[in-house]
Ligand binder design. Structure first.
Ligand code: GLP
Length: 238
């Protein structure tokens, strides 16, 4: 793993946006994996600036998102689909046919997972995956205990994650209890990973991610085994 210490959130975001821009300029048809959460928000704003300035043409990329809440339709303001269209896709004018996000309202969730995994394969796999870090070490929604061999699957969210994500909902009860997420193996199969680390209460978990034992208790620790991962840390949180 390559580890880059950014001086603050803005610096982390700019470094990530530049890495994404470089990827798309080098390979305009890149298959990009995107993440939700507060951490990548500024990165997405900078990408939108690059698009508006004509620095990067995103029109030929395909995208896959890591995860989606079960039960929230794509027009629900807290769905990850809504988040991505609002904070990135609509603003870079990406054709919806190029955007892939698991449907949390599919009638057959297991089939939805299988179809999603197949869609990733049929486009040749993900070239570049952006990741955030959950306060308990989760990546996507792969909670502690998730099998390292997992592909896209349905998960029950931990109490800790439900509580952490309740800040976006009006009450704890409104937070969905399940989600669809790309698995650890799906993430490990991506060719290049950038893990962004910022936000409160991440100092201990980032330490365990980077230098702790590799095990299912800290799902992100498996990234130590990925051949092409860069971790960009907002060092103001350390
Ligand atoms: C959610 C998402 C993750 C994200 C994490 C951290 O649980 N499923 O993909 O990385 O939150 O969020 P934040 O960036 O807001 O700390």
């Amino acid at each position: 793993m390559e580890i880059i210490y950014a001086s603050n959130y803005e610096d982390m975001s700019r470094k990530a946006a530049i890495a994404i821009a470089q990827q798309v300029i080098k390979k305009p048809t890149s298959v990009m994996g995107f993440a939700t959460g507060s951490t990548p928000l500024r990165t997405y704003e900078i990408l939108i600036e690059f698009h508006r300035q004509g620095i990067v043409d995103f029109s030929s990329i395909n995208t896959f998102n890591l995860d989606e809440y079960v039960g929230l339709p794509s027009n629900h303001p807290q769905s990850y689909s809504f988040f991505m269209f609002k904070n990135l896709f609509r603003q870079i004018q990406l054709d919806p046919s190029r955007i892939h996000i698991p449907s949390g309202t599919a009638s057959d969730l297991l089939q939805e997972c299988a179809v999603y995994e197949e869609a990733i394969q049929s486009l040749g796999g993900i070239d570049f995956q952006l990741l955030g870090l959950g306060p308990n070490g989760h990546i996507g929604f792969n909670e502690p205990g998730t099998h390292l061999n997992s592909v896209t699957h349905v998960v029950s969210l931990s109490q800790e994650t439900i509580k952490a994500n309740s800040r976006f909902f009006s009450s704890l009860e409104e937070v969905p209890k399940r989600a669809i997420t790309m698995g650890i193996k799906s993430i490990m199969n991506t060719r290049k990973i950038i893990l962004l680390v910022s936000g409160e209460k991440k100092a201990e978990i980032v330490h365990r991610t980077l230098s702790g034992p590799i095990n299912e208790e800290v799902p992100a620790s498996v990234l130590q085994l990925h051949p092409n991962t860069t971790v960009i840390i907002d060092q103001s949180i350390l």
